[in-house]
Design a protein around this ligand. Structure first.
Ligand code: ZN
Length: 276
């Protein structure tokens, strides 16, 4: 099952890449607002099994699958090779920061380049369904609505502008949190713990890895975060980026206007962001 946000209305995306409006398909039993569906995800799954048909849609009309999350978590240094390339030790606790919700961008949205130190980070993004507190690792996947592709765009100078560093603002400039193109129901992804990620910049592969290399797995992250804060329906977790970011290169390489970033996770989808 794939659920997209088409101009503010939740829609199933069929295997033929056609859209089915969820409110209409449910004869009004389910709301059109994607944010109101997460706590009723069991109903959404049930409905998905009964629908057929659909209409074509334009990728440009896709909005973030959770457009107004109450919380967005970012996990730093969650791939071994990325921790090594930044010179940081392998963490024994998830390094957690926030991307403020005003940074949410469309899956095919432009990224404004406001500073010369803007970097890319392809990430597997988890969107929470029912949520809650103290979710056990063994129950974590049940609390997840779905998976999507994200870019944890980062201003590397702002990220480390203070001592000690506070990543939050450097991760939250305008348009810095594109994700989508839709949510893939994790219960329908057989290899959900081993997904291939590829990020290209102007056609050149800059990041290539597999989510099986995550230091903290998705169930571990859900259990850890929910032991501290309440996870709310629609919350997004950017689970960390593999090696190959621009700031860790010699010399460093950053995004400039005109660059095109394509981020793909096999079995999940692909997003494209143009730098402007
Ligand atoms: Zn990141």
């Amino acid at each position: 099952m794939r659920v997209a946000n088409l101009q503010g209305r939740a829609a199933f995306i069929t295997p033929e890449n056609l859209a089915i409006d969820i409110e209409r398909a449910s004869s009004g039993a389910l709301p059109h607002d994607p944010m109101q569906l997460f706590e009723r995800w069991a109903q959404v799954r049930k409905l998905a099994a009964t629908v057929h048909g659909g209409v074509p849609f334009a990728a440009a009309d896709l909005d973030a699958p959770s457009p107004l999350p109450r919380q967005i978590f970012g996990i730093g240094l969650n791939y071994r090779e990325h921790a090594v390339e930044t010179g940081a030790p392998i963490p024994d606790t998830p390094l957690t920061f926030t991307k403020f919700a005003s940074a949410v961008n469309k899956p095919f949205g432009d990224i404004p380049i406001e500073v010369s130190t803007t970097d890319w980070e392809i990430e597997l993004v988890v969107v929470i369904g029912s949520g809650g507190r103290n979710i056990a690792e063994s129950a974590a996947w049940d609390a997840v609505a779905g998976l999507c592709v994200g870019q944890d765009i980062s201003d590397r100078v702002l990220q480390r502008a203070t001592q000690p560093p506070q990543f939050n603002l450097g991760k939250s400039r305008r348009g810095y949190a594109p994700f989508g193109p839709w949510l893939v129901d994790a219960t329908t992804v057989s290899n959900r713990d081993a997904l291939a990620l590829t990020c290209t910049l102007n056609g050149e592969v800059v990041q290539q890895s597999n989510s099986s290399d995550l230091i903290f797995s998705i169930p571990q992250l859900v259990a850890y975060l929910s032991s501290i804060v309440e996870l709310c329906p629609g919350d997004a977790i950017f689970t960390g980026t593999p090696s190959g970011v621009g700031g860790a290169r010699t010399p460093p390489r950053f995004l400039t206007s005109g660059d095109v970033l394509v981020s793909t996770i096999d079995g999940v989808g692909s997003i494209t962001n143009r730098c402007v």
